[in-house]
Design a protein around this ligand. Structure first.
Ligand code: HSE
Length: 291
């Protein structure tokens, strides 16, 4: 048996829609694989009742097919589905790394990213790599169709997850089809600022670069209390706040000493809108690991 842990991830980071992603030190999924004649899947853990065990419908089934690696696959979910924290990507990434090891497929970690992305397509309809790239490689990743660039960085974050469900399909359905050149110029500048901040490990620069005027404004309507959670977190030390992935989780970047205060005010602010939530005080961390 091979066991792999793969982390939750936050994609987009505001200015990097469908391109930027970061691995979070926690929460994480753990996947166990054993060789079998045909693929079977057991799911337990957070939100397991919402995840199909049919290999045709489960993200890891697509990964097993892509690697021609039939297995009995057990998934321990630590990342809640429909959270904006790369839940399907964590399972797909862990399965890709585990099956590659189990069957000696000798793919590099970079080579496993498009394999894991096939699992994403099962769930969201799009094989986007902005969650699976950091889930496999760790750190901050810039994923385009042509290449994936990974930057190790040390940035503290708070991720606040409300008891609200937003599916990636739904959140992609509200996206604008067109935008203006002013917004494109602004977003390019912010994305460059964020990338420089990641390279320097500078939470102020990263925070400045998280602002986005194209995607986040339309998606924030799907998250009750988004604006006040964001403003309160900024008032209490966050250097940048935006929607994590497709939401509803909200990610705040901050200096380590402000994590607790930021986490507390985000939870309180959601509660003011009648929404329960939990916060993870974590860091940008490593990718999928054999256990
Ligand atoms: N970039 C994707 C989106 C991530 O925002 O739709 C989904 O987790």
């Amino acid at each position: 048996m091979v066991t792999v842990r793969a982390p939750a991830t936050s994609a987009n980071l505001g200015s990097g829609f469908d391109v930027f992603g970061v691995a979070l030190n926690r929460p994480a999924d753990v996947v166990h694989v054993e060789k079998a004649d045909e693929t079977t899947i057991d799911v337990r853990g957070v939100g397991n009742q919402y995840i199909p065990e049919d290999p045709e419908k489960n993200t890891v089934g697509a990964v097993a097919r892509a690697l021609d690696a039939p297995a009995h696959i057990e998934i321990d979910k630590g990342v809640r589905p429909a959270s904006g924290l790369g839940s399907s990507a964590a399972s797909a990434a862990a399965a890709a790394v585990a099956l590659n090891e189990l069957y000696d497929r000798e793919r590099s970690n970079e080579g496993l990213v498009p394999i894991a992305a096939k699992g994403e397509a099962v769930v969201s309809g799009t094989a986007h790599t902005d969650n699976v790239a950091p889930a496999i490689l760790g750190g901050f990743t810039i994923a385009t169709d042509q290449e994936i660039t990974q930057i190790e960085t040390d940035i503290s974050v708070v991720v606040c997850l409300p008891e609200v469900v937003v599916s990636t399909r739904e959140a992609r359905g509200v996206l604008p089809e067109r935008t203006t050149i002013d917004k494109v110029v602004d977003t390019v500048g912010k994305a460059a600022t964020l990338t420089a901040g990641m390279g320097r490990g500078d939470p102020e620069l990263v925070g400045q670069g998280m602002h986005d005027t194209i995607i986040t404004p339309v998606r924030s309507d799907l998250i009750p209390g988004y604006e006040s959670v964001r403003e309160t977190a900024l008032e209490h030390g966050a250097t940048g706040v935006t929607i994590s992935g497709a939401g509803p989780a909200i990610i705040a970047v901050c200096h380590e000493q402000n994590q607790r205060a930021v986490a507390n005010v985000m939870i309180d602010s959601f509660a003011d809108h009648g929404v329960e939530s939990r916060a993870y005080q974590t860091e940008i961390g490593g990718g999928a690991q054999l256990c």
